[in-house]
Design a protein around this ligand. Structure first.
Ligand SMILES: Cc1cc2nc3c(=O)[nH]c(=O)nc-3n(C[C@H](O)[C@H](O)[C@H](O)COP(=O)(O)O)c2cc1C
Length: 189
Protein backbone atom coordinates (compact mmCIF):
# COMPACT_ATOMS: atom_id res chain seq x y z
CA UNK A 1 0.00 0.00 0.00
CA UNK A 2 1.17 3.54 -0.75
CA UNK A 3 2.25 5.54 2.29
CA UNK A 4 -0.40 7.94 3.52
CA UNK A 5 -0.30 11.09 5.56
CA UNK A 6 -3.36 13.24 6.04
CA UNK A 7 -1.54 16.60 5.89
CA UNK A 8 -0.27 15.87 2.37
CA UNK A 9 -3.67 14.48 1.42
CA UNK A 10 -5.37 17.66 2.67
CA UNK A 11 -2.96 20.03 0.96
CA UNK A 12 -3.33 18.10 -2.27
CA UNK A 13 -7.12 18.23 -1.94
CA UNK A 14 -7.04 21.99 -1.26
CA UNK A 15 -4.93 22.50 -4.37
CA UNK A 16 -7.14 20.36 -6.57
CA UNK A 17 -10.31 22.08 -5.34
CA UNK A 18 -9.19 25.69 -5.32
CA UNK A 19 -11.01 26.52 -8.57
CA UNK A 20 -14.27 26.52 -6.59
CA UNK A 21 -14.42 29.17 -3.86
CA UNK A 22 -16.99 27.14 -1.90
CA UNK A 23 -14.39 24.47 -1.30
CA UNK A 24 -12.77 26.75 1.27
CA UNK A 25 -15.88 26.50 3.45
CA UNK A 26 -15.92 23.92 6.23
CA UNK A 27 -18.20 23.26 9.19
CA UNK A 28 -16.76 23.82 12.64
CA UNK A 29 -18.49 22.02 15.51
CA UNK A 30 -18.06 23.06 19.13
CA UNK A 31 -19.95 22.22 22.32
CA UNK A 32 -22.30 24.65 24.09
CA UNK A 33 -22.30 25.09 27.86
CA UNK A 34 -25.47 22.92 28.07
CA UNK A 35 -23.75 20.06 26.20
CA UNK A 36 -25.58 20.53 22.89
CA UNK A 37 -23.59 20.72 19.64
CA UNK A 38 -22.99 24.06 17.91
CA UNK A 39 -22.03 23.92 14.25
CA UNK A 40 -21.32 26.64 11.73
CA UNK A 41 -19.57 27.34 8.44
CA UNK A 42 -16.14 28.96 8.46
CA UNK A 43 -13.54 29.79 5.83
CA UNK A 44 -10.31 27.79 5.84
CA UNK A 45 -7.38 30.23 5.68
CA UNK A 46 -4.38 27.96 5.34
CA UNK A 47 -2.02 26.39 7.82
CA UNK A 48 -0.34 28.11 10.76
CA UNK A 49 3.23 29.34 10.60
CA UNK A 50 4.45 26.18 12.35
CA UNK A 51 2.39 24.04 9.89
CA UNK A 52 0.72 22.19 12.78
CA UNK A 53 -2.67 23.88 12.79
CA UNK A 54 -5.44 24.98 10.46
CA UNK A 55 -6.21 28.68 10.36
CA UNK A 56 -9.60 30.35 10.56
CA UNK A 57 -10.70 33.79 11.67
CA UNK A 58 -13.59 34.91 13.80
CA UNK A 59 -15.04 37.70 15.89
CA UNK A 60 -14.19 37.88 19.59
CA UNK A 61 -17.85 38.63 20.32
CA UNK A 62 -19.16 35.42 18.70
CA UNK A 63 -20.54 32.51 20.73
CA UNK A 64 -17.94 30.06 19.51
CA UNK A 65 -15.27 31.86 21.56
CA UNK A 66 -17.17 31.25 24.82
CA UNK A 67 -17.72 27.64 23.82
CA UNK A 68 -14.07 27.09 22.99
CA UNK A 69 -12.97 28.65 26.28
CA UNK A 70 -15.05 26.06 28.18
CA UNK A 71 -14.37 23.10 25.82
CA UNK A 72 -11.41 23.64 23.50
CA UNK A 73 -11.87 20.37 21.60
CA UNK A 74 -13.65 20.97 18.29
CA UNK A 75 -14.18 19.18 15.00
CA UNK A 76 -14.03 20.56 11.50
CA UNK A 77 -16.01 18.70 8.85
CA UNK A 78 -14.88 19.61 5.37
CA UNK A 79 -16.25 18.27 2.09
CA UNK A 80 -14.24 19.13 -1.01
CA UNK A 81 -16.65 18.69 -3.86
CA UNK A 82 -14.41 18.51 -6.90
CA UNK A 83 -12.38 15.55 -5.64
CA UNK A 84 -15.32 14.26 -3.59
CA UNK A 85 -13.59 13.78 -0.27
CA UNK A 86 -14.41 14.55 3.33
CA UNK A 87 -12.04 15.36 6.18
CA UNK A 88 -13.30 15.26 9.77
CA UNK A 89 -10.55 16.93 11.74
CA UNK A 90 -10.68 16.86 15.53
CA UNK A 91 -8.33 18.90 17.63
CA UNK A 92 -7.68 21.61 20.16
CA UNK A 93 -8.75 25.16 19.36
CA UNK A 94 -6.47 28.05 20.16
CA UNK A 95 -7.73 31.64 19.91
CA UNK A 96 -4.98 34.17 19.25
CA UNK A 97 -5.78 37.81 19.95
CA UNK A 98 -2.18 38.99 19.61
CA UNK A 99 0.49 37.41 17.43
CA UNK A 100 2.49 38.06 14.29
CA UNK A 101 0.54 35.42 12.36
CA UNK A 102 -2.75 37.03 13.47
CA UNK A 103 -1.55 40.35 12.07
CA UNK A 104 -0.41 38.69 8.83
CA UNK A 105 -3.75 36.91 8.48
CA UNK A 106 -5.55 40.24 8.93
CA UNK A 107 -3.44 41.87 6.21
CA UNK A 108 -4.32 39.06 3.80
CA UNK A 109 -8.11 39.48 4.25
CA UNK A 110 -10.19 41.20 1.60
CA UNK A 111 -11.62 44.61 2.54
CA UNK A 112 -15.09 43.05 2.59
CA UNK A 113 -13.96 40.43 5.11
CA UNK A 114 -12.24 43.10 7.22
CA UNK A 115 -15.34 45.28 7.26
CA UNK A 116 -17.32 42.58 9.10
CA UNK A 117 -15.22 43.14 12.22
CA UNK A 118 -16.56 46.68 12.42
CA UNK A 119 -20.19 45.64 12.32
CA UNK A 120 -22.41 45.78 15.45
CA UNK A 121 -22.17 42.90 17.93
CA UNK A 122 -23.14 39.62 16.21
CA UNK A 123 -26.07 37.64 17.55
CA UNK A 124 -27.86 40.39 19.47
CA UNK A 125 -31.09 42.06 18.37
CA UNK A 126 -30.71 44.53 15.53
CA UNK A 127 -30.71 48.09 16.84
CA UNK A 128 -30.11 47.17 20.49
CA UNK A 129 -27.18 48.63 22.48
CA UNK A 130 -23.95 47.15 21.18
CA UNK A 131 -21.03 45.96 23.24
CA UNK A 132 -18.89 46.32 20.17
CA UNK A 133 -15.38 47.60 20.79
CA UNK A 134 -15.09 48.74 17.17
CA UNK A 135 -18.41 49.80 15.74
CA UNK A 136 -17.38 52.01 12.86
CA UNK A 137 -15.34 51.13 9.84
CA UNK A 138 -12.11 53.14 9.58
CA UNK A 139 -11.61 55.17 6.42
CA UNK A 140 -9.13 52.64 5.11
CA UNK A 141 -9.37 49.30 6.94
CA UNK A 142 -6.43 47.96 4.94
CA UNK A 143 -4.00 50.30 6.63
CA UNK A 144 -5.33 49.88 10.17
CA UNK A 145 -3.94 47.40 12.72
CA UNK A 146 -6.39 44.52 13.37
CA UNK A 147 -9.32 45.58 15.58
CA UNK A 148 -9.51 44.03 19.06
CA UNK A 149 -12.44 41.85 17.94
CA UNK A 150 -10.36 40.11 15.27
CA UNK A 151 -9.34 36.61 16.40
CA UNK A 152 -7.13 34.09 14.67
CA UNK A 153 -8.50 30.62 15.39
CA UNK A 154 -6.13 27.68 15.17
CA UNK A 155 -7.27 24.08 15.13
CA UNK A 156 -4.42 21.83 16.23
CA UNK A 157 -5.53 18.35 15.12
CA UNK A 158 -5.04 15.08 16.96
CA UNK A 159 -7.49 12.88 15.02
CA UNK A 160 -8.47 12.86 11.35
CA UNK A 161 -11.02 10.74 9.49
CA UNK A 162 -10.51 11.08 5.74
CA UNK A 163 -13.07 9.59 3.34
CA UNK A 164 -12.60 9.54 -0.41
CA UNK A 165 -15.76 8.81 -2.38
CA UNK A 166 -14.00 8.79 -5.72
CA UNK A 167 -12.85 5.40 -6.93
CA UNK A 168 -13.92 1.85 -6.41
CA UNK A 169 -13.55 0.87 -3.70
CA UNK A 170 -13.85 4.14 -1.80
CA UNK A 171 -11.06 4.68 0.72
CA UNK A 172 -11.07 5.84 4.32
CA UNK A 173 -8.19 6.50 6.71
CA UNK A 174 -8.13 7.15 10.43
CA UNK A 175 -5.09 9.11 11.60
CA UNK A 176 -4.20 9.63 15.23
CA UNK A 177 -1.45 11.62 16.90
CA UNK A 178 0.43 9.42 19.38
CA UNK A 179 3.41 10.90 21.22
CA UNK A 180 3.81 13.52 18.52
CA UNK A 181 3.80 10.92 15.74
CA UNK A 182 0.89 10.52 13.32
CA UNK A 183 -0.26 6.93 12.81
CA UNK A 184 -2.72 6.13 10.03
CA UNK A 185 -4.87 3.09 9.40
CA UNK A 186 -6.82 2.26 6.26
CA UNK A 187 -10.34 1.28 7.32
CA UNK A 188 -13.43 0.13 5.51
CA UNK A 189 -15.41 3.14 4.28
C1 LIG B 1 -20.02 30.70 3.58
C2 LIG B 1 -19.87 31.18 5.00
C3 LIG B 1 -18.60 31.45 5.50
C4 LIG B 1 -18.44 31.89 6.81
N1 LIG B 1 -17.18 32.10 7.29
C5 LIG B 1 -17.02 32.44 8.59
C6 LIG B 1 -15.71 32.56 9.15
O1 LIG B 1 -14.68 32.38 8.47
N2 LIG B 1 -15.61 32.89 10.45
C7 LIG B 1 -16.71 33.08 11.24
O2 LIG B 1 -16.55 33.36 12.44
N3 LIG B 1 -17.96 32.96 10.75
C8 LIG B 1 -18.13 32.64 9.45
N4 LIG B 1 -19.39 32.50 8.94
C9 LIG B 1 -20.56 32.77 9.83
C10 LIG B 1 -20.75 31.57 10.77
O3 LIG B 1 -21.23 30.46 10.03
C11 LIG B 1 -21.66 31.90 11.96
O4 LIG B 1 -22.92 32.32 11.52
C12 LIG B 1 -21.05 32.97 12.85
O5 LIG B 1 -19.65 32.82 12.98
C13 LIG B 1 -21.69 32.94 14.26
O6 LIG B 1 -21.43 31.69 14.84
P1 LIG B 1 -21.45 31.46 16.43
O7 LIG B 1 -22.59 32.29 16.96
O8 LIG B 1 -21.68 29.98 16.59
O9 LIG B 1 -20.12 31.88 16.99
C14 LIG B 1 -19.59 32.06 7.64
C15 LIG B 1 -20.84 31.77 7.14
C16 LIG B 1 -20.99 31.33 5.85
C17 LIG B 1 -22.38 31.01 5.36
Amino acid sequence: MQSYDWQSALQQAVRKNQRDAHNRYAQLATVRADGTPANRTVVYRGVSDDQRSLRMVTDLRSDKLTEIAAQPIAELCWYLSHTREQFRIRGRMIAETQSAQRDATWKALSDAAKAQFFWPTPGIAVGSASSSTASSLPADPATEPPPDDFVLLLLEPFYVDHLRLRGTPQTRFFSQLNNNVWESTAVNP
